[in-house]
Design a protein around this ligand. Sequence first.
Ligand SMILES: [Zn+2]
Length: 87
Amino acid sequence: MIEKKSQEEVLIPPDLDQCQAEIPNGNTFMTFGGVPGMVRCKNKPTHIAHEPLRKDGKKRGSMSLCGSCLAVCSKQMSGVIFEEIKR
Ligand SMILES: [Zn+2]
């Protein structure tokens, strides 16, 4: 029997050197050869965002965010806990 990997084993640790948010790359469906989609933000992160506490007790995910992505995230998500990165 093959054991399924639980979700906490595949969580990516926060990257303290590059913001982990994905932002639109500026291309629309009329791409003229460009690729629409999301690209990883290239800014240096200032905060770590932690997922809200889960009732089922599963490990929470976390990711690094730069100042501008943090502003977007705090507007769109509720319950996210932000922790400042101390350098
Ligand atoms: Zn960012």
